[in-house]
Ligand binder design. Structure first.
Ligand code: ZN
Length: 251
């Protein structure tokens, strides 16, 4: 058991939330009960995830995609009212960690995805230091073969756009979620491939024209692992029960 205050203070400090300029508040987003014994985790605080958290008697739900995004309508109506009513009605604390959870050196989505895909992390690239990572595969791998490995590891078929010269892949960059915009920085860094969660129409042309393999492996699928790693750590440290909630999402 841990006091909400202590859990939030510890996690905020661990993820160094003050270092980030983010599009949503990091930390405690909705206050629930004072003491936490059961911690649930999910990628997104969707209504379906809240229902599962409530059903298992969770005192807190830790997510990567919480609420109160920059530019969103602030009125508490419709979908937002239903979600907040569910949380408040069950006194569930909602903790949201966005960029700090992508970037963390141990529990972060990017480091955790590398572990799942068997990529050795060597550093980061791109305009925001520490967000997009680069590393190496243990041996040069054909694009189609890497696509098969990704499908096996994530349980979802990735979209693969082959590099113009279809060369084998050794050095790869990646950034989970909707980070397809870093493909140009990846190509400029001389990487053989770039992997993100989502793709845009123009990503196809960038991959072809800049001669780099591109993989869109799913926004949800690439961001599953950070919340689980972080929650398992918190559960161990504070002797909590942890339940991971998986709401399937093909995007
Ligand atoms: Zn995301």
């Amino acid at each position: 058991m841990v006091k909400r205050k202590e859990l939030v203070a510890y996690t905020n400090q661990l993820l160094q939330i003050d270092r980030f300029r983010d599009y949503a508040p990091n930390g405690l987003q909705v206050e629930g009960r004072d003491e936490i014994r059961v911690l649930a985790s999910a990628v997104t605080a969707s209504y379906a995830a809240l229902e599962e958290a409530a059903a298992m008697g969770a005192d807190a739900l830790l997510v990567h995609h919480g609420y109160f995004w920059q530019g969103e309508d602030v009125a508490v109506v419709g979908m937002k009212r239903r979600r907040l009513a569910m949380l408040l009605g069950h006194h569930i604390n909602l903790l949201g960690y966005h960029l700090p959870l992508d970037a963390h050196g141990v529990f972060g989505n990017n480091v955790q995805l590398a572990r799942v895909l068997g990529i050795q992390v060597q550093g980061s690239f791109g305009p925001e230091p520490g967000i997009a990572l680069l590393g190496e595969l243990s041996s040069p791998t054909e694009g189609a073969e890497l696509a098969r490995r990704i499908a096996l590891a994530l349980g979802r078929e990735p979209l693969h756009v082959a590099a113009q010269d279809a060369r084998p892949i050794r050095r790869i960059g990646w950034c989970t979620g909707a980070a397809q915009k870093y493909i140009e920085a990846a190509a400029e860094s001389g990487l053989d491939a770039y992997l993100s969660g989502e793709a845009s129409e123009q990503t196809f042309h960038a991959a072809r024209e800049m001669n780099i393999h591109f993989f869109a492996a799913g926004h949800h699928a690439t961001e599953r692992y950070g919340v689980i790693a972080l929650s398992e750590h918190l559960a161990e440290k504070f002797l909590l029960q942890h339940h991971s909630i998986e709401i399937a999402n093909p995007i």
